[in-house]
Design a protein around this ligand. Structure first.
Ligand SMILES: [Ca+2]
Ligand SMILES: [Ca+2]
Ligand SMILES: [Ca+2]
Ligand SMILES: [Ca+2]
Length: 435
């Protein structure tokens, strides 16, 4: 009785409150909101914090707590962040790159302190440990914008540009890890921030497309319909979550094989350069999926085949197009001496039609569709043994102490090594040492 009396009293005379019962989450939260309305964010924050201590399932207290902390930070209104990304007509993340160190640090700290609270609440919400009055989905759009800014700032600190990693063109939304940085630590940091963004986008699918659309340059608005934006955003979100988890789990000694998209190097030791398409399938038939991948920008998406990819991470690939250094014929993917337009096999699927590839489970590219492309020895190995031999070969780069001769590579692995002569082999060794 006494408790109810105090709470009731405070509801009507909030400013006179001095001693709300420390276990009355509702009254503490209400008091917090009154201070919040008066822009007394420090006081509001204290009450919300006390409310959470009283009852950690009280979602309105969590939401208020996050809002109070956000309001105490300069420049943290999500709408201001959108304006910031819109300030460049070509690259939504240019503003982060242009920011001076001090401002970037302030913004970054501000985002981190709000994220700390939101992430803790999201864990409670998604494991059913709150009263469900405020859900993650209610603030997922703001959360996504904060994540995007956080990823942009992480990239900035690594001297990278998130606009090179996440961008939109006529073929959809691309996430290209070709510029993820030189170390697994950098890659993990950025992939981690992007995975959080993916979760934010997934939490409110209805708004997700427009969140991305609002962040991107205006020109992208003409390329894709709202429906396509929404579909691509969903794929992109799945992709970010999947890659984030993959990079988090992967053996650090082999992670470079998977996050160096389009680095024009044979990363996995089969002699082929950027042989895989990022499509979730094994395109060279070695048993590994998306190892040593080419730039994501080569994928032309087939919107008509989206039906085949329900709940799948990768939009269906219609065909491959040459871009950048591939286009200029600099990159001989299978190392047969021909590149670019002169070697269409590197750019053509054995089965042209996605639905046929999907139904047959055969996503091979023509260059790898050859009898004994991989050696009989290699094909008889277990998946682990194949990786072991490829790993031994990819690290065998000392020109003065070569462990595996070209002939041995052809016998043990085959693959593109079959296309090498001694000159190309010497070039492979030299290029590895030039890194
Ligand atoms: Ca390779
Ligand atoms: Ca493969
Ligand atoms: Ca692939
Ligand atoms: Ca070639």
């Amino acid at each position: 009785m006494a408790l109810l009396g105090i709470a009731g009293c405070n509801l009507f005379n909030p400013t006179q409150s001095v001693d709300i019962a420390s276990n009355d989450a509702a009254a503490l939260t209400y008091e917090g909101y009154l201070h919040f309305q008066k822009t007394e964010y420090g006081m509001a924050r204290e009450y919300f914090e006390r409310a959470i201590h009283a009852d950690s399932s009280y979602s309105e207290a969590w939401y208020g707590y996050a809002k109070a902390i956000a309001s105490m930070q300069p420049g943290l209104n999500p709408f201001e962040l959108v304006t910031l990304t819109k300030s460049s007509s070509t690259n939504p993340f240019g503003a982060f790159k242009a920011m001076n160190d001090k401002d970037a640090k302030i913004l970054s700290n501000g985002i981190d302190s709000v994220m700390l609270v939101l992430d803790e609440f999201i864990v409670l919400d998604t494991t059913g440990r709150t009263d469900k009055r405020v859900r993650f989905s209610h603030f997922a759009d703001s959360y996504s914008i904060l994540c995007m800014a956080q990823a942009g700032l992480v990239a900035r600190n690594e001297d990278l540009d998130l606009g090179d990693i996440l961008y939109v063109d006529q073929n959809g939304i691309h996430i290209d890890f070709s510029s993820m940085g030189s170390s697994i630590q950098n890659a993990q940091k950025i992939a981690g921030a992007m995975a959080k963004l993916g979760k934010g986008l997934k939490a409110d699918k209805d708004k997700a497309g427009s969140v991305i659309r609002n962040m991107m340059p205006d020109s992208t608005g003409d390329w894709l319909t709202d429906k396509a934006y929404a579909d691509f955003t969903d794929h992109a979100a799945n992709f970010m979550i999947d890659k984030g988890e993959q990079l988090e789990k992967i053996d650090v000694n082999r992670a470079d094989v998977f996050y160096n998209y389009g680095n024009i190097t044979d990363d996995d030791g089969d002699g082929c350069v950027d042989e895989e398409v990022i499509d979730g399938f094994d395109n060279d038939g070695d048993g590994e999926v998306d190892e040593d991948p080419r730039s994501q920008a080569v994928n032309v998406t087939d919107m008509n085949s989206i039906q085949y990819t329900t709940n799948i991470i990768y939009p269906p690939v219609k065909e491959l197009k040459m871009v950048g250094r591939y286009e200029s014929g600099d990159v001989d993917i299978d190392m047969n001496g021909l590149a670019g337009d002169n070697d269409p096999d590197e750019w053509t699927f054995k089965n042209k039609d996605y639905s046929v590839r999907f139904n047959n489970g055969d996503h091979l590219l023509k260059f790898a569709f050859k009898a004994d492309f991989f050696s009989p020895y290699f094909m008889n190995l277990s998946p682990e043994e194949r990786i072991e031999i490829k790993d031994a070969v990819r690290h065998d780069t000392d020109p003065n102490n070569i462990q595996y001769s070209l002939q041995q590579r052809q016998q043990l692995i085959g693959g593109c090594w079959n296309n090498y002569d001694e000159t190309r082999f010497r070039l492979w060794i030299m290029s590895r040492n030039a890194l």
